[in-house]
Ligand binder design. Structure first.
Ligand code: NAD
Length: 496
């Protein structure tokens, strides 16, 4: 790891110490800063102090990255899946070895608690392992031929150099999903990581480089997002666009990609409904979902957000949930006693303030939280709204923060209609003991993912993604690998 300066905080008794690295891009096998010398500050959300200088890529830097990705693609696709696999597996080994260093960096630049950052790296290692193996199973098909002497073959091949854009909420996991899939499929990739949380992705790229990924196959750039995405997507070298982020930006990038006829994977926002029926153990469900709700301070696209609870248990559910939320210890992610860190950037703090003011104005109840903690560091109290009307902003717009909104329903039909009433369709959750209810809800919800009586929707082997405004395409699983491949049909005969 490149050591720039010693960085640590002394909040609480047990504080994790480490180093925040010097920020660099990685282009054509070289670590570098931008050729025009432009840069911006990177902030620690727990202290609001500047912790690093992010170099910006110039057009000349992007051209170098594009040329490198074109060459890197030839190198990587000409290796067999069996040759690629051990290199990809080595990345997983290196990530595990470096997990606590990278977790320190992530917690510092993004705010999440150290244990969650550690888990993100450890789970990320599994993604590389999974794609290292799945690349070997990129099977085609032989179709029974129409006549003797003909072979009808369907083969899959890597789509080409990929442009990837990743957000700040999972600064390692989101890049890892895109990098592991590109490597598994035989593609090269240019990744623009979030300008607010760049070092986590930089360390993941470093693990890829140290594991032996050849020069040009992975290129990492930073800078003004709209400039970089427009330049890369318009380049004829790029054959695939993959983006994780907000719906409006996703739509812009999809439009750009459509003009160039490039395939996209769009993993956009969500506003996950949680349906809780009256046949469950209320306390058990509250304890499970409240923990999931406040993970990463709720800045998760699959975060449970709209809780529809059967009217017979709604009051009890809401008061138990509010008690759990009020008991969560909020503090620096590096303080080992913290259970929730700060919000990642000032935009989230402002959004929480607006949602809270709106719900109050519309007559909803704030049963826990609803305010900032102190005035230094972007800390927000875990918040629970009860009985927000359906027109309230919190019921229509993704909160992307530590806010749970709990409302009641009377019938199955009502719960489904309200759950489906928003423009999003990413993740959803159901709690019931009834197999019949589970089957009916599975069919009726307009979503890409449903977890029944648990909260797990994104292991490496499963396809994640959405419907409606939440995007299209899938990441993870066999489906995710196929998004980075083209299908080619070959009809093979003989002249003799
Ligand atoms: P935003 O849309 O401005 O930025 C989201 C991410 O997209 C950032 O990492 C940014 O670098 C990138 N981005 C922005 N403009 C871009 C462009 N033209 N080209 C390429 N990348 C671009 O929003 P924000 O304020 O950072 O986050 C707010 C909303 O974004 C949240 O409410 C949430 O809905 C959504 N979001 C979703 C995810 C997800 O996992 N799906 C992650 C982060 C943010």
């Amino acid at each position: 790891m490149i050591a720039a300066f010693q960085y640590g905080r002394e909040i609480g008794k047990e504080t994790t110490m480490g180093q925040y690295p010097k920020l660099q891009m990685y282009i054509d096998g070289q670590w570098c800063v931008g050729s025009e010398g432009r840069s911006q500050d990177v902030i620690d959300p727990a202290t609001e102090q500047v912790i690093g200088q992010l170099p910006h890529a110039s057009k000349a830097d992007l051209d170098r990255a594009l040329e490198a990705a074109e060459r890197g693609f030839q190198v990587w696709k000409n290796k067999t899946a069996l040759e690629r696999s051990p290199i990809i597996r080595r990345i997983a080994d290196l990530l595990r070895q470096r997990a606590s260093d990278i977790a320190f960096i992530m917690s510092t630049e993004q705010g999440k608690v150290f244990s969650e950052a550690l888990e993100e790296i450890e789970k990320g290692a599994e993604h590389f392992e999974w794609m290292a193996e799945e690349g070997k199973r990129a099977y085609g098909r032989i179709i029974p031929a129409r006549s003797n002497g003909i072979r009808q073959v369907v083969m899959v091949e890597p789509v080409g150099p990929v442009a990837a854009f990743t957000p700040w909420n999972f600064p390692a996991a989101s890049p890892i999903r895109k990098l592991s899939t590109a490597l598994g499929a035989g593609c090269s990739i240019i990744i623009k990581a979030s300008e607010e949380t760049p070092a986590s992705c930089m360390e993941v790229v470093r693990a890829c480089v140290d594991a032996g990924v050849p020069a040009g196959v992975i290129n990492l750039v930073f800078g003004v997002p709209s400039e970089i995405s427009e330049y890369l997507i318009r380049s004829p070298i790029i054959r695939k666009v993959t983006f994780t982020g907000s719906v409006p930006v996703g739509k812009k990038l999809a439009e750009l990609a459509a003009q160039e006829m490039k395939t996209c994977t769009m993993e956009l926002g969500g506003h996950s409904p949680v349906l809780v029926f009256d046949d469950v153990d209320c306390t058990k469900v509250v304890n499970l979902v409240a923990k999931g709700k406040f993970r990463n301070a709720g800045q998760v696209c699959v975060s449970p957000t709209r809780f529809f609870v059967h009217e017979s248990i709604h009051q009890r559910f809401a008061s138990e949930f509010a008690a759990v939320a009020s008991g969560i210890k909020v503090g620096s992610g590096l303080d080992k006693t913290s259970q929730m860190g700060p919000l990642a950037n000032p935009r989230r703090l402002e959004a929480m303030e607006k949602l809270t003011a709106d719900v109050r104005m519309r007559g909803g109840k704030v049963a826990a939280g609803g305010e900032r903690i102190g005035n230094r560091g972007l800390f927000w109290r875990p918040t629970v709204f009860v009985d927000a009307p359906d027109e309230a902003d919190v019921m229509r717009t993704e909160p992307f923060g530590p806010i749970a909104s709990i409302v009641s329903f009377a019938s199955f039909e009502e719960a489904i209609a309200r759950a489906n009433s928003v423009k999003y369709g990413l993740a959803s959750y159901l709690f019931t003991r009834s197999a019949k209810t589970a089957a009916r809800v599975s069919e009726a919800l307009q979503v890409g993912m449903l977890a029944i009586n648990n909260l797990s929707v994104s292991p490496p082997e499963a396809p994640i993604g959405g419907v409606k405004d939440s995007g299209y395409g899938r990441e993870g699983g066999a489906e995710g690998l196929m998004q980075f491949m083209n299908v080619k049909y070959i009809s093979e005969g003989h002249l003799d």
